[in-house]
Write a protein of this length. Structure first.
Ligand SMILES: Cc1cc2nc3c(=O)[nH]c(=O)nc-3n(C[C@H](O)[C@H](O)[C@H](O)COP(=O)(O)O)c2cc1C
Length: 475
């Protein structure tokens, strides 16, 4: 298995999905360039390693677009690289996640992350080529494709979550954690007691930790344990110099510090994952930096988000779909044939579940569990259920089912006052949103009786026969 980010970059280079760029500027150049490439290539865009950033030492690099293809996601998870369809990849991912034996991290005395340790006056997070990502951002963001390590004050477990981090000055950074996220629940618990919260912000790490840190994982178990299970060996961690937290021994950059209760600074505006600059500068708690550790020639990992298709929608969609699939299985719901969260729906806002109907009311049950389980609950909007002749990732077939098997009066349910946030331009007072569930399956009674019209299709036998006879035309 891949050992760290540098090992991963070597392998991505070998499969021809890494592009090196020299001389791009940190100020709205690297981010918009990645935006344009993803706009043009969607799920085929390469990862970009930027070096020789003007004003910075050679070797101080940034990395964009880590997980925007199925191949790079599969490589990161130790899965085969080729799939017939996107839904097949989700199946492989969720099967792997369902059979994991958790492996706790192992402490080691030291590691490359401690090649440079800065404390006191020596701290300056702007020693790294921190980008300003979008044209209307008013600040540089050091944490986007990062993982923020926090500890539950009651139970002691460590969470890894991807939460963005604005730079205020060399010794002060932000940490924007939305309500309900695990790091936020930890922070709320400290603040309720009037205590500061320690954090370690990792800004360059094994992409597997980033994938898990930005996925809706169960609470109470550290993402380190899942990463160890996926790799089949424990993640090596060293004690953070200030926090004592377990930080990856091979991390590129780690920023440690305290978030104080009741102290805020204006955070944002920032180009958000929903594709809008959703709010003006908003007062939010921030981090007083106490220590910075980094490798020689560090790589700062970045992920600016923007209107689709951006570099994060595939990873969010795959992780969300796999999590929903697991939740449906855990709820005892049989015969799930596929789940896909569409890229145009931001990877979380347009989910399609394909099922083999087994009993009346089954489709409705699937819709409600998929939209309300932890993996599917945050900031959703549309959930659609279709029969198993529909590939949930094929938008034309999904729209065909919605156009021919769905009745607007009987096949819609609405969930009101669901979990949302200010990142939603349609957010309701109180930070809720409403969402829509669509049953686009053939009505179960008509399916049973065989009274729904037959589909105009080519039978498997005729497909095979014509495939052989007209191989040249059809391949
Ligand atoms: C690139 C990227 C940036 C993100 N930024 C934030 C953020 O600033 N704040 C936030 O609450 N969630 C953010 N998220 C979403 C969380 O990482 C995600 O909801 C994750 O499940 C949180 O971990 P948790 O469930 O352990 O809290 C981001 C996700 C990605 C992929």
């Amino acid at each position: 298995m891949i050992k760290d980010l540098r090992d991963w970059l070597r392998e991505v280079g070998e499969i021809g999905e890494l592009v090196r760029v020299r001389g791009a500027h940190w100020d709205v150049e690297m981010g918009p360039l990645t935006h344009l490439v993803h706009e043009a290539k969607g799920g085929d865009a390469p990862a970009f390693l930027f070096d020789d950033v003007p004003g910075y030492a050679a070797g101080y690099r940034t990395l964009y677009g880590q997980l925007s293809t199925i191949k790079r996601l599969a490589l990161t998870l130790g899965l085969p690289l080729e799939y017939k369809s996107k839904a097949d990849f989700v199946r492989a991912y969720q099967e792997k996640m369902s059979h994991l034996q958790l492996v706790p991290p192992v402490w080691v005395d030291t590691g490359p992350v401690k090649e440079n340790v800065h404390i006191g006056d020596d701290i300056n997070v702007l020693e790294f080529p921190v980008p300003r990502h979008h044209e209307l951002d008013t600040a540089r963001y050091i944490g986007t494709a990062c993982v923020v390590i926090t500890q539950d004050p009651d139970e002691g477990w460590f969470n890894l979550g991807t939460y963005r981090s604005q730079v205020y000055d060399g010794k002060t950074v932000g940490c924007q954690i939305t309500e309900g996220k695990h790091g936020r629940i930890h922070r709320d618990k400290y603040f309720e007691r009037g205590q500061p919260m320690k954090v370690a912000i990792v800004c360059g790490q094994d992409p597997l930790l980033y994938l898990l840190g930005s996925s809706p994982m169960p609470e109470g178990i550290s993402e380190y344990e899942y990463a160890g299970a996926i790799k089949g060996e424990p993640i090596e961690v060293v004690a953070g110099e200030y926090t004592g937290f377990p930080v990856p021994a091979t991390a590129e950059i780690v920023i440690e510090g305290d978030i104080l209760p009741e102290a805020t600074l204006p955070e944002g505006p920032f180009g958000e994952w929903t594709g809008y600059y959703c709010s003006a500068a908003t007062p939010r708690p921030y981090v007083q930096v106490k220590c910075v550790m980094h490798r020689n020639d560090p790589i700062l990992t970045c992920a600016p988000q923007h209107k689709p298709v951006d570099e994060t929608v595939l990873l969010k969609g795959v992780a969300g779909a796999a999590g929903v699939w697991q939740a449906l299985r855990a709820a005892g719901i049989p015969e799930i044939r596929g789940v896909w969260c569409h890229e145009g729906g931001l990877g979380v806002r347009f989910m399609v579940v394909s099922i083999h109907q087994r009993y009346p009311g089954y489709a409705r049950q699937v819709l409600h569990v998929a939209s309300s389980c932890q993996a599917g609950a945050y900031n959703g909007k549309w959930v659609v259920v279709v029969d198993d002749d529909i590939d949930p990732a094929d938008m034309s077939l999904v729209l065909w089912a919605m156009s021919t098997r769905f009745d607007p009066v009987t096949d819609i349910d609405i969930i009101q006052k669901a979990w949302s946030s200010g990142r939603d331009p349609m957010v309701l007072p109180g930070n809720y949103n409403n969402r829509i569930l669509i049953d686009a399956c053939i009505p179960y009674d008509r399916k049973l009786r065989g009274t729904f019209p037959p589909v105009v299709d080519v039978s498997p036998e005729l497909r095979e026969k014509l495939g052989e006879k007209y191989r040249g035309l059809l391949s």
